[in-house]
Design a protein around this ligand. Structure first.
Ligand code: SF4
Length: 364
């Protein structure tokens, strides 16, 4: 069965025509899914019975099951999605095939509410190949790429949860390195942005990368005006290599130059993400070095206070140290904001919920 959410309107129309169905069935079905919030073919009353029977035999709308859901005191919602094995979806070859499959395919998705915004933080891969030393997502390495449909499904799953409603913003800051799966990520962005789909404005979509210079240059040619965020996390190559194994493959200078190419091609400034780890990258000299990079790029900086992960040695810095770091950046003329910590009372750090679920399965 084919994953319906993996198709663009055009591809869906083609599938209808190829099966002797009228092409407008595609519009009808997508209207039910994205405007009326229905994911049951049988509830699509303006679709003929014969078309519904065909749809049920040929397509699946949701591929995932919700393995866990947690709501924090501040309204942040985190869901752990379990994915059916790929052999049941013959069109999908991106996840490991039968025989080499891992015990359980799970990904995390988070919804962060703020005033009228509902931001979905989505995963682009199962696990992560980068293996940042401070992150729970990279602990088990990469298990597979997500398809465009699996990325879109995360957004729909969130909006189906009680009290969430329409998702207004999407950030690719969950599990995985989006530019290591850029084909699926770009297709997912097209679907999420389409007026026949969830219609999320491209300017409300942010792709966050740990930095692959070639992929950044390629992504600069993408025709939708999304925002690019570079997860820098260290202001010099030596420290960056200690924290991010993939920093071995490219220097900060190479990344800076790729980001400048992005700016020239897209006309959009980038954001630098900087995760503050206590006594690791939060010292005065780090702030000064970071200010220099931000000035070169004319980038704004998003400072993020670390959420501790059980079993990892890194600590959350104090409020005083974070404010001082921000003050130094601002003194150097850099626009630096501190991201509000959300969902601290649930396993908020990226990959932590999945990591804990997996540990429990192994122990039981
Ligand atoms: S921080 Fe991002 S890039 Fe690094 S291991 Fe975690 S998910 Fe991967």
């Amino acid at each position: 069965m084919q994953h319906l959410l993996d198709l663009t309107l055009e591809e869906f129309r083609d599938a209808c025509v190829a099966n002797d169905r009228r092409p407008y069935v595609a519009e009808q079905v997508l209207d039910w899914i994205h405007r009326k919030g229905t994911t049951e073919f049988d509830a699509m009353t303006n679709v003929s019975k014969s078309d519904r029977e065909w749809l049920k035999a040929a397509f699946v709308i949701f591929r995932s099951r919700i393995d866990r859901a947690q709501v924090a005191g501040d309204g942040t919602l985190k869901i752990l999605l379990g994915w059916d094995p790929p052999e049941e979806h013959s069109e999908d070859h991106s996840l490991p095939q039968a025989g080499q499959s891992p015990p359980l395919q799970q990904t995390e998705t988070v919804m962060i509410p703020a005033a009228k915004r509902r931001t979905a933080c989505v995963s682009s891969q199962v696990g992560c190949p980068v293996g940042c030393r401070f992150c729970a997502s990279g602990l088990g390495g990469l298990e597979g790429n997500l398809t465009a449909g699996q990325i879109v499904e995360q957004v729909l799953r969130l909006s189906e949860e009680e009290g969430v409603g329409r998702i207004t913003n999407v950030v690719f800051m969950g599990m995985g390195e989006p530019l290591a799966n850029d084909k699926a990520v770009m297709k997912a962005i097209r679907i999420l942005n389409a007026d026949w789909g969830p219609a999320i404005g491209a300017r409300h979509i942010t792709v966050s990368t740990v930095g692959l210079p070639k992929a950044i240059r390629r992504f600069a040619r993408f025709d939708l005006p999304v925002t690019l965020a570079l997860s820098l996390h260290a202001p010099n190559d030596q420290l960056r290599r200690l924290l991010i194994p993939w920093a071995e493959y490219s220097t900060i200078d190479e990344l800076t130059s790729a980001c400048q190419a992005w700016f020239l091609a897209s006309g959009r400034e980038i954001t630098l993400e900087y995760l503050l780890l206590r006594e690791v990258n939060d010292r005065t000299e780090h702030a000064r070095q970071l200010a220099k990079i931000a000035s070169t790029l004319r980038a704004r900086i998003n400072l993020i206070r670390y959420n501790e992960v059980k079993g990892l040695p890194y600590q959350r810095p104090s409020t005083v140290d974070v404010r001082e770091f921000q003050r130094i950046l601002r003194r150097h003329g850099v626009n630096a904001t501190i991201r509000a910590s959300r969902g601290r009372d649930i396993a908020a750090a990226c990959g932590q919920l999945r990591h804990e679920a997996r540990k429990q399965q192994t122990e039981s």
